[in-house]
Design a protein around this ligand. Structure first.
Ligand code: PLP
Length: 395
Protein backbone atom coordinates (compact mmCIF):
# COMPACT_ATOMS: atom_id res chain seq x y z
CA UNK A 1 0.00 0.00 0.00
CA UNK A 2 1.30 3.46 -0.83
CA UNK A 3 1.06 6.23 1.76
CA UNK A 4 -2.19 8.14 2.27
CA UNK A 5 -0.44 11.35 1.29
CA UNK A 6 0.83 9.87 -1.97
CA UNK A 7 -2.59 8.39 -2.65
CA UNK A 8 -3.98 11.92 -2.72
CA UNK A 9 -1.11 13.23 -4.81
CA UNK A 10 -1.48 10.47 -7.36
CA UNK A 11 -5.22 11.13 -7.54
CA UNK A 12 -4.63 14.83 -8.14
CA UNK A 13 -1.56 14.25 -10.26
CA UNK A 14 -0.80 17.00 -12.68
CA UNK A 15 -3.40 17.46 -15.40
CA UNK A 16 -0.65 19.14 -17.42
CA UNK A 17 1.48 16.01 -17.53
CA UNK A 18 -1.55 13.92 -18.48
CA UNK A 19 -2.23 16.29 -21.38
CA UNK A 20 1.38 16.14 -22.48
CA UNK A 21 1.21 12.37 -22.63
CA UNK A 22 -2.02 12.64 -24.59
CA UNK A 23 -0.23 15.03 -26.97
CA UNK A 24 2.50 12.46 -27.59
CA UNK A 25 -0.15 9.85 -28.31
CA UNK A 26 -1.99 12.11 -30.77
CA UNK A 27 1.28 13.14 -32.44
CA UNK A 28 2.01 9.48 -33.18
CA UNK A 29 -1.39 9.09 -34.85
CA UNK A 30 -1.75 12.42 -36.72
CA UNK A 31 1.87 13.58 -36.99
CA UNK A 32 3.42 16.21 -34.67
CA UNK A 33 2.77 19.03 -37.17
CA UNK A 34 -0.98 18.42 -36.87
CA UNK A 35 -1.20 18.52 -33.09
CA UNK A 36 -1.15 21.82 -31.18
CA UNK A 37 0.21 20.62 -27.88
CA UNK A 38 0.45 23.64 -25.64
CA UNK A 39 0.21 21.70 -22.41
CA UNK A 40 3.70 21.19 -20.98
CA UNK A 41 5.92 24.26 -21.24
CA UNK A 42 8.94 22.72 -22.92
CA UNK A 43 10.34 25.64 -24.95
CA UNK A 44 10.68 24.92 -28.67
CA UNK A 45 13.29 27.67 -28.81
CA UNK A 46 16.62 25.85 -28.63
CA UNK A 47 19.21 26.82 -26.03
CA UNK A 48 21.57 29.57 -27.32
CA UNK A 49 24.64 28.41 -29.27
CA UNK A 50 26.84 29.62 -26.41
CA UNK A 51 25.39 26.87 -24.18
CA UNK A 52 26.55 24.14 -26.53
CA UNK A 53 29.92 25.86 -26.88
CA UNK A 54 30.27 26.09 -23.10
CA UNK A 55 29.41 22.42 -22.64
CA UNK A 56 31.89 21.29 -25.31
CA UNK A 57 34.56 23.61 -23.90
CA UNK A 58 34.02 22.28 -20.39
CA UNK A 59 34.12 18.67 -21.59
CA UNK A 60 37.35 19.36 -23.45
CA UNK A 61 39.11 21.40 -20.83
CA UNK A 62 37.87 20.56 -17.33
CA UNK A 63 38.96 17.66 -15.19
CA UNK A 64 36.25 15.01 -15.74
CA UNK A 65 36.49 13.93 -12.14
CA UNK A 66 35.43 17.44 -11.12
CA UNK A 67 32.96 17.98 -13.94
CA UNK A 68 31.02 14.80 -13.32
CA UNK A 69 31.53 14.82 -9.59
CA UNK A 70 29.38 15.98 -6.69
CA UNK A 71 29.52 19.73 -6.29
CA UNK A 72 32.25 20.75 -3.79
CA UNK A 73 29.88 22.49 -1.38
CA UNK A 74 26.14 22.00 -0.88
CA UNK A 75 25.41 25.56 -1.99
CA UNK A 76 27.37 25.15 -5.22
CA UNK A 77 30.71 26.35 -6.55
CA UNK A 78 31.88 29.59 -4.92
CA UNK A 79 33.00 31.12 -8.23
CA UNK A 80 29.63 30.34 -9.82
CA UNK A 81 27.70 31.86 -6.92
CA UNK A 82 29.98 34.90 -6.90
CA UNK A 83 29.38 35.39 -10.64
CA UNK A 84 25.60 35.05 -10.19
CA UNK A 85 25.66 37.57 -7.30
CA UNK A 86 27.70 40.08 -9.33
CA UNK A 87 25.42 39.70 -12.33
CA UNK A 88 22.34 40.40 -10.16
CA UNK A 89 24.06 43.36 -8.47
CA UNK A 90 24.93 44.95 -11.79
CA UNK A 91 21.43 44.48 -13.17
CA UNK A 92 19.30 45.33 -10.15
CA UNK A 93 21.48 47.49 -7.91
CA UNK A 94 21.48 44.85 -5.16
CA UNK A 95 24.45 43.97 -2.92
CA UNK A 96 24.49 40.17 -2.84
CA UNK A 97 27.61 38.10 -2.13
CA UNK A 98 28.32 34.47 -3.04
CA UNK A 99 26.99 33.37 0.36
CA UNK A 100 23.52 34.72 -0.52
CA UNK A 101 23.26 32.37 -3.50
CA UNK A 102 22.43 28.66 -3.32
CA UNK A 103 22.54 26.83 -6.64
CA UNK A 104 19.46 24.62 -7.06
CA UNK A 105 17.94 21.89 -9.16
CA UNK A 106 15.77 24.34 -11.12
CA UNK A 107 13.04 26.50 -9.63
CA UNK A 108 11.15 23.42 -8.46
CA UNK A 109 14.22 22.29 -6.49
CA UNK A 110 14.71 25.81 -5.11
CA UNK A 111 11.10 26.12 -3.97
CA UNK A 112 11.25 22.77 -2.23
CA UNK A 113 14.52 23.73 -0.55
CA UNK A 114 13.20 27.00 0.84
CA UNK A 115 9.90 25.48 1.94
CA UNK A 116 11.75 22.62 3.62
CA UNK A 117 13.98 25.17 5.37
CA UNK A 118 11.06 27.31 6.57
CA UNK A 119 8.04 25.19 7.30
CA UNK A 120 6.68 23.44 10.33
CA UNK A 121 3.62 21.18 9.91
CA UNK A 122 0.41 23.24 9.76
CA UNK A 123 2.15 26.43 8.61
CA UNK A 124 0.23 28.33 5.95
CA UNK A 125 1.51 29.42 2.55
CA UNK A 126 -0.50 32.00 0.62
CA UNK A 127 -0.77 31.84 -3.18
CA UNK A 128 -2.68 34.07 -5.60
CA UNK A 129 -4.98 32.27 -8.00
CA UNK A 130 -4.40 31.50 -10.74
CA UNK A 131 -1.08 29.95 -9.70
CA UNK A 132 1.29 27.15 -10.78
CA UNK A 133 -0.55 24.06 -9.50
CA UNK A 134 2.60 22.28 -8.37
CA UNK A 135 2.78 24.70 -5.41
CA UNK A 136 0.06 22.59 -3.83
CA UNK A 137 2.30 19.51 -3.89
CA UNK A 138 5.38 21.42 -2.77
CA UNK A 139 3.58 22.86 0.27
CA UNK A 140 2.04 19.49 1.06
CA UNK A 141 5.52 17.91 0.94
CA UNK A 142 6.25 19.76 4.21
CA UNK A 143 2.78 19.25 5.70
CA UNK A 144 1.86 22.86 5.13
CA UNK A 145 -1.52 24.30 4.27
CA UNK A 146 -2.04 26.21 1.06
CA UNK A 147 -4.25 29.31 1.35
CA UNK A 148 -5.61 30.63 -1.93
CA UNK A 149 -6.47 34.23 -2.70
CA UNK A 150 -9.29 34.20 -5.23
CA UNK A 151 -8.55 35.38 -8.76
CA UNK A 152 -9.14 38.94 -9.87
CA UNK A 153 -10.31 38.16 -13.39
CA UNK A 154 -10.49 41.84 -14.38
CA UNK A 155 -6.72 42.13 -14.78
CA UNK A 156 -5.25 39.21 -12.77
CA UNK A 157 -3.33 41.52 -10.43
CA UNK A 158 -3.53 40.13 -6.86
CA UNK A 159 -6.51 40.98 -4.65
CA UNK A 160 -4.82 42.80 -1.80
CA UNK A 161 -7.83 43.22 0.51
CA UNK A 162 -8.46 39.49 0.53
CA UNK A 163 -4.72 38.95 0.95
CA UNK A 164 -4.62 41.11 4.06
CA UNK A 165 -7.68 39.37 5.50
CA UNK A 166 -6.21 35.90 4.99
CA UNK A 167 -2.83 36.48 6.65
CA UNK A 168 -2.85 34.77 10.06
CA UNK A 169 -0.29 34.09 12.79
CA UNK A 170 0.33 30.77 10.98
CA UNK A 171 1.26 32.43 7.66
CA UNK A 172 4.84 31.42 7.04
CA UNK A 173 5.28 32.37 3.41
CA UNK A 174 3.63 33.96 0.41
CA UNK A 175 4.55 32.76 -3.07
CA UNK A 176 4.38 35.17 -6.01
CA UNK A 177 5.22 34.38 -9.59
CA UNK A 178 5.70 37.32 -11.93
CA UNK A 179 5.73 37.22 -14.95
CA UNK A 180 2.98 34.79 -14.17
CA UNK A 181 2.21 31.26 -15.21
CA UNK A 182 -0.61 30.95 -16.37
CA UNK A 183 -1.74 34.55 -17.05
CA UNK A 184 1.40 36.24 -18.41
CA UNK A 185 0.68 39.16 -16.06
CA UNK A 186 3.57 41.12 -14.54
CA UNK A 187 2.81 42.50 -11.07
CA UNK A 188 3.30 46.25 -11.17
CA UNK A 189 5.67 48.13 -8.87
CA UNK A 190 2.65 49.72 -7.24
CA UNK A 191 1.16 46.28 -6.50
CA UNK A 192 4.45 45.04 -5.04
CA UNK A 193 4.78 48.10 -2.78
CA UNK A 194 1.24 47.64 -1.50
CA UNK A 195 1.79 43.92 -0.97
CA UNK A 196 5.01 44.64 0.97
CA UNK A 197 3.19 47.20 3.14
CA UNK A 198 0.47 44.64 3.97
CA UNK A 199 3.07 42.04 4.91
CA UNK A 200 5.11 44.48 7.02
CA UNK A 201 1.94 45.50 8.86
CA UNK A 202 0.91 41.90 9.54
CA UNK A 203 4.40 40.90 10.70
CA UNK A 204 4.23 43.67 13.29
CA UNK A 205 0.67 42.82 14.28
CA UNK A 206 1.43 39.12 14.84
CA UNK A 207 5.10 39.37 15.82
CA UNK A 208 5.97 36.80 13.11
CA UNK A 209 8.30 36.58 10.12
CA UNK A 210 6.42 36.18 6.86
CA UNK A 211 8.64 35.32 3.91
CA UNK A 212 7.88 36.42 0.38
CA UNK A 213 9.06 33.75 -2.05
CA UNK A 214 9.46 35.16 -5.53
CA UNK A 215 9.32 32.32 -8.06
CA UNK A 216 10.95 33.80 -11.15
CA UNK A 217 11.52 31.34 -14.01
CA UNK A 218 10.07 33.92 -16.44
CA UNK A 219 11.93 37.02 -15.27
CA UNK A 220 13.72 37.40 -18.62
CA UNK A 221 10.54 36.92 -20.64
CA UNK A 222 8.87 40.36 -20.55
CA UNK A 223 7.57 42.11 -23.65
CA UNK A 224 7.25 45.70 -24.85
CA UNK A 225 9.90 46.93 -22.39
CA UNK A 226 7.78 46.06 -19.33
CA UNK A 227 9.85 46.25 -16.13
CA UNK A 228 9.71 43.30 -13.73
CA UNK A 229 10.44 44.73 -10.25
CA UNK A 230 13.21 42.97 -8.28
CA UNK A 231 11.37 42.08 -5.08
CA UNK A 232 14.21 42.06 -2.53
CA UNK A 233 14.27 45.85 -2.91
CA UNK A 234 10.70 46.24 -1.63
CA UNK A 235 10.47 43.76 1.24
CA UNK A 236 13.30 42.54 3.47
CA UNK A 237 12.03 38.99 4.00
CA UNK A 238 12.17 38.12 0.34
CA UNK A 239 13.73 34.96 -1.08
CA UNK A 240 14.11 34.73 -4.85
CA UNK A 241 13.95 31.43 -6.74
CA UNK A 242 15.35 31.60 -10.26
CA UNK A 243 15.64 29.04 -13.01
CA UNK A 244 17.42 28.71 -16.34
CA UNK A 245 14.73 26.33 -17.64
CA UNK A 246 13.04 29.04 -19.69
CA UNK A 247 15.62 31.82 -19.93
CA UNK A 248 18.22 29.48 -21.49
CA UNK A 249 15.74 26.79 -22.66
CA UNK A 250 17.32 24.19 -20.36
CA UNK A 251 14.40 22.60 -18.50
CA UNK A 252 15.87 19.11 -18.70
CA UNK A 253 19.21 20.20 -17.22
CA UNK A 254 17.66 21.21 -13.87
CA UNK A 255 19.58 24.31 -12.90
CA UNK A 256 18.64 27.49 -11.04
CA UNK A 257 19.42 29.28 -7.78
CA UNK A 258 17.95 30.77 -4.63
CA UNK A 259 18.82 34.23 -3.36
CA UNK A 260 18.60 34.60 0.42
CA UNK A 261 19.56 38.20 1.19
CA UNK A 262 21.27 39.32 4.43
CA UNK A 263 18.20 41.47 5.12
CA UNK A 264 15.93 38.42 5.42
CA UNK A 265 15.02 37.49 9.01
CA UNK A 266 17.39 34.91 10.49
CA UNK A 267 19.26 34.91 7.17
CA UNK A 268 22.38 33.08 8.33
CA UNK A 269 20.39 30.17 9.71
CA UNK A 270 18.14 30.22 6.69
CA UNK A 271 21.13 30.02 4.35
CA UNK A 272 22.56 27.09 6.36
CA UNK A 273 19.17 25.35 6.38
CA UNK A 274 18.78 25.82 2.61
CA UNK A 275 22.25 24.41 2.02
CA UNK A 276 21.47 21.32 4.03
CA UNK A 277 18.00 20.98 2.48
CA UNK A 278 19.45 21.00 -1.03
CA UNK A 279 21.58 18.01 -0.07
CA UNK A 280 19.02 15.95 1.78
CA UNK A 281 15.96 16.30 -0.44
CA UNK A 282 17.12 13.46 -2.60
CA UNK A 283 18.60 15.24 -5.60
CA UNK A 284 21.91 16.02 -3.79
CA UNK A 285 22.73 19.59 -4.87
CA UNK A 286 22.75 21.32 -8.24
CA UNK A 287 24.56 19.48 -11.06
CA UNK A 288 28.22 20.50 -11.37
CA UNK A 289 28.37 20.64 -15.16
CA UNK A 290 25.28 22.84 -15.39
CA UNK A 291 26.55 25.22 -12.71
CA UNK A 292 29.63 25.78 -14.81
CA UNK A 293 27.57 26.14 -17.98
CA UNK A 294 25.37 28.88 -16.54
CA UNK A 295 28.41 30.73 -15.23
CA UNK A 296 29.79 30.79 -18.77
CA UNK A 297 26.41 31.98 -20.15
CA UNK A 298 25.40 34.56 -17.54
CA UNK A 299 25.27 37.38 -20.06
CA UNK A 300 23.32 35.39 -22.62
CA UNK A 301 19.97 36.86 -23.62
CA UNK A 302 16.82 34.91 -24.45
CA UNK A 303 15.60 35.48 -27.99
CA UNK A 304 12.43 37.15 -26.79
CA UNK A 305 11.36 37.87 -30.39
CA UNK A 306 10.68 34.13 -30.85
CA UNK A 307 7.99 34.21 -28.16
CA UNK A 308 6.80 37.70 -28.98
CA UNK A 309 5.89 36.73 -32.54
CA UNK A 310 3.91 33.76 -31.22
CA UNK A 311 2.26 35.97 -28.61
CA UNK A 312 1.09 38.57 -31.14
CA UNK A 313 -0.10 36.01 -33.69
CA UNK A 314 -1.97 33.82 -31.24
CA UNK A 315 -3.42 36.68 -29.18
CA UNK A 316 -4.67 38.59 -32.23
CA UNK A 317 -5.88 35.42 -33.94
CA UNK A 318 -7.87 34.25 -30.93
CA UNK A 319 -9.33 37.70 -30.28
CA UNK A 320 -10.50 37.90 -33.89
CA UNK A 321 -12.25 34.56 -33.38
CA UNK A 322 -14.11 36.01 -30.40
CA UNK A 323 -12.10 34.45 -27.57
CA UNK A 324 -11.62 36.63 -24.49
CA UNK A 325 -8.23 37.01 -22.84
CA UNK A 326 -5.91 39.70 -21.57
CA UNK A 327 -2.72 40.37 -23.50
CA UNK A 328 0.21 38.79 -21.65
CA UNK A 329 3.07 41.11 -20.69
CA UNK A 330 5.47 38.27 -19.95
CA UNK A 331 6.09 34.49 -19.79
CA UNK A 332 4.66 32.43 -22.68
CA UNK A 333 1.05 31.69 -21.79
CA UNK A 334 -2.36 32.98 -22.77
CA UNK A 335 -5.11 32.55 -20.18
CA UNK A 336 -8.29 32.38 -22.21
CA UNK A 337 -11.86 32.55 -20.91
CA UNK A 338 -13.68 29.33 -21.69
CA UNK A 339 -16.81 30.01 -23.78
CA UNK A 340 -18.68 27.68 -21.39
CA UNK A 341 -18.51 27.66 -17.58
CA UNK A 342 -17.21 24.08 -17.50
CA UNK A 343 -13.75 24.65 -18.95
CA UNK A 344 -12.90 20.96 -18.73
CA UNK A 345 -15.69 20.29 -21.24
CA UNK A 346 -14.15 22.98 -23.46
CA UNK A 347 -10.69 21.33 -23.17
CA UNK A 348 -12.26 18.00 -24.18
CA UNK A 349 -13.91 19.68 -27.17
CA UNK A 350 -10.61 21.33 -28.18
CA UNK A 351 -8.91 17.94 -28.11
CA UNK A 352 -11.19 16.83 -30.96
CA UNK A 353 -9.30 19.41 -33.08
CA UNK A 354 -5.97 18.15 -31.73
CA UNK A 355 -5.63 21.27 -29.59
CA UNK A 356 -4.37 20.48 -26.10
CA UNK A 357 -4.94 23.18 -23.52
CA UNK A 358 -4.93 22.99 -19.72
CA UNK A 359 -8.04 23.63 -17.59
CA UNK A 360 -7.87 26.69 -15.35
CA UNK A 361 -8.96 24.63 -12.35
CA UNK A 362 -5.43 23.16 -12.33
CA UNK A 363 -4.33 26.71 -11.49
CA UNK A 364 -7.11 27.41 -8.98
CA UNK A 365 -9.14 29.39 -11.56
CA UNK A 366 -11.94 27.44 -13.21
CA UNK A 367 -13.69 28.88 -16.26
CA UNK A 368 -10.40 29.59 -18.06
CA UNK A 369 -7.87 27.56 -20.02
CA UNK A 370 -4.12 27.97 -20.38
CA UNK A 371 -2.46 27.93 -23.76
CA UNK A 372 1.35 27.75 -23.80
CA UNK A 373 2.81 29.48 -26.85
CA UNK A 374 6.41 28.30 -26.41
CA UNK A 375 5.77 26.13 -29.48
CA UNK A 376 7.09 26.74 -33.00
CA UNK A 377 5.63 29.62 -35.04
CA UNK A 378 4.38 27.08 -37.62
CA UNK A 379 2.41 25.32 -34.90
CA UNK A 380 0.77 28.62 -33.94
CA UNK A 381 -0.10 29.40 -37.57
CA UNK A 382 -1.41 25.87 -38.20
CA UNK A 383 -3.51 25.96 -35.05
CA UNK A 384 -5.53 29.05 -35.94
CA UNK A 385 -7.83 27.38 -38.52
CA UNK A 386 -8.47 24.66 -35.92
CA UNK A 387 -9.26 27.25 -33.27
CA UNK A 388 -11.63 28.81 -35.85
CA UNK A 389 -13.49 25.51 -36.21
CA UNK A 390 -13.61 25.16 -32.44
CA UNK A 391 -14.94 28.72 -32.06
CA UNK A 392 -17.74 28.04 -34.56
CA UNK A 393 -19.11 25.40 -32.21
CA UNK A 394 -19.74 28.08 -29.58
CA UNK A 395 -21.22 30.77 -31.84
N1 PLP B 1 7.48 27.81 -11.22
C1 PLP B 1 6.71 28.09 -12.27
C2 PLP B 1 5.77 29.22 -12.17
C3 PLP B 1 6.80 27.34 -13.44
O1 PLP B 1 6.02 27.64 -14.48
C4 PLP B 1 7.71 26.26 -13.50
C5 PLP B 1 7.81 25.42 -14.69
O2 PLP B 1 7.08 25.50 -15.63
C6 PLP B 1 8.50 26.01 -12.37
C7 PLP B 1 8.36 26.80 -11.25
C8 PLP B 1 9.49 24.88 -12.36
O3 PLP B 1 10.56 25.23 -13.16
P1 PLP B 1 11.95 24.45 -13.15
O4 PLP B 1 12.04 23.74 -14.45
O5 PLP B 1 12.97 25.50 -13.04
O6 PLP B 1 11.96 23.55 -11.99
Amino acid sequence: MISKKMENMVANSSAIRAMFEEGNRLAKIYGPENVFDSSLANPKLPAPASVKKAIIGLLDEEDPVVLHGYTNSNAGYEDVRQAVAESLNSRFGTAFAAKNITMTVGAAGGLNVILKALMNPGDEVIVFAPYFGEYRSYVSNYDGVIVEISPNTADFQPKLDEFEAKITPKTRAVIVNTPNNPTGVVYSEDTIKKMAAVMDKKQKEFGTDIYLISDEPYRELAYDGVEVPYLTKYYNNTVVGYSYSKSLSLPGERIGYLVIPDEAADSENLISAANVATRILGFVNAPTLQQKVVKACLNEKTDISFYDRNRETLYNGLRELGFECIKPEGAFYLFVKSPVADEKAFCAEAKKYNILVVPGSSFGCPGYVRIAYCVSYETIVNSLPKFAELAREYK
